[in-house]
Design a protein around this ligand. Structure first.
Ligand code: PLP
Length: 403
């Protein structure tokens, strides 16, 4: 294959491909770990940001574009009546937790194994540790004092009985339950039928706030994220990544009632850069692009075609493989016949073989993430698909040592 040689011409447009420092050009399925859902160098985003740079970088007070973005989000996402803005997903998660605590007057939070909610100590627990049968949180890395996560409890995900049992014993103590609605960070595992519904219902019954962390799924698995995809309305949802197409923007949205604690000053949401203008206008342009008819159908069809090629090619060269997730974000699992349903199952997949496959894909002109997650964007057209399908076959053959 010749795709990865230095590109100067026709098929390479910067919006669709990844260029490294040596001038290699590759089809990119990392999308900057998710945000680049409409590609880099998007003409509409560039123009809006350029216009805004001439007007002002940040104002330190509410501005008209913030209102426009808020209205666009409310119009795009089912059940979101009000939003607040921050910069990163990590910050927005903390805002959601604070709102939940102020709303309930409780301190404890519940999260699930393998779920990532940003890099702060109260949530970066039991994310990539070895499995332990305990609801006590396990630090994910060095430098995390236990005193900073004593109010966090952890359960295995996708287990309705464990969730019910936990709530019956401790439900009244908890301010909120945080979940990725699709476990994108640990294998793109889909929720079992009724799991998310049960979680929301239990939260309502016990007076806890249900929070969907949609930093990955928001504006990705559907325009209205998991709320639209699953037809569910948790109390709060958190957005980041795809929301602003690569600019540093995040949001918390939900029922207007949830934001009462900010209006009556029971708590605060502050931050010098929460309304930084070019992030806001980038988000407006991204959402406008995503709202164009047929956008999600095309992205999903693209992702589905890759997923089918991956499993067919693995079978052809004698490797067990399964794919989980949806067309716009999915994970491929080697060494298993069925897609994992939670973090524990995900840790049993063959990442060593995936590592070799990923290296072969890089040589064959396709840039992939190390954790076997693939992101699809509007920039992935039929020409890219054709190339990726060829690359998958060639790379699978090399990985399996077939001549
Ligand atoms: C589901 C989820 N929540 C929160 C975060 C944190 O977002 P950020 O990296 O923007 O702080 C991430 C980051 O990858 C994420 O995947």
């Amino acid at each position: 294959m010749t795709w990865h040689s230095t590109c100067s011409g026709a098929p390479c447009k910067r919006s669709r491909y990844f260029y490294d420092v040596d001038g290699n050009c590759r089809a990119d399925y990392t999308l900057g770990w998710g945000p680049l859902i409409v590609g880099s160098n998007h003409a509409g985003i560039n123009a809006a940001v350029a216009r805004q740079l001439e007007k002002g970088y940040t104002y330190g007070c509410q501005h008209i574009a913030e209102i426009e973005l808020a209205e666009l989000i409310v119009d795009s996402v089912p059940g979101v009546q009000q939003v607040i803005f921050s910069n990163t997903g990590t910050e927005a998660i903390q805002s959601a937790i604070r709102i939940a605590r102020a709303h309930t007057g409780r301190d404890k939070i519940l999260k699930f194994e393998g779920h990532n909610h940003g890099w702060l100590n109260n949530v970066l627990v039991s994310y990539r540790p070895k499995i332990v049968d305990s609801t006590l949180p396990q630090a994910t890395c060095g430098g995390q004092p236990e005193s900073e996560f004593t109010d966090t409890m952890v359960l295995p995900w996708n287990d309705i009985d464990a969730l019910k049992d936990f709530f019956h014993r401790h439900g009244h103590e908890f301010a909120c339950v945080l979940t990725e609605p699709v476990l994108a960070n640990s294998g793109s595992c889909m929720p079992r039928p009724e799991y998310l519904e049960t979680l929301i219902e239990l939260c309502r019954e016990y007076g806890a706030v249900s929070i969907f962390d949609e930093v990955i799924t928001g504006f990705r698995i559907a325009l209205g994220g998991a709320r639209e995809y699953f037809g569910l309305e948790p109390d709060l949802s958190v957005y980041g990544k795809a929301l602003a197409g690569g600019f540093t923007m995040s949001a918390v949205g939900g029922r207007a009632e949830m934001f009462e604690v900010l209006r009556d000053m029971r708590t605060i949401h502050s931050g010098t850069y929460n309304g930084t203008t070019f992030n806001i206008v980038a988000a407006i342009e991204t959402i406008r692009e995503l709202r164009k008819p047929g956008t999600y159908e095309r992205m999903n069809a693209h992702g589905k075609a890759i997923a089918e090629t991956l499993t067919a090619s693995a079978a052809k060269y004698g490797l067990d493989a399964a794919v989980s997730g949806v067309g716009t974000v999915f994970s491929v699992h080697f060494g298993v016949k069925q897609a994992p349903r939670d973090y524990r199952e995900m840790t049993r997949t063959d990442m060593e073989t995936y590592g070799r496959f990923r290296a072969a894909m890089l040589d064959n002109g396709v840039q992939l993430l190390p954790d076997a997650r693939w992101y699809v964007g509007t920039q992935h057209d039929d020409a890219v698909l054709e190339h990726v399908m060829e690359a998958i076959d060639a790379s699978m053959k090399e990985t399996m040592g077939c001549s």
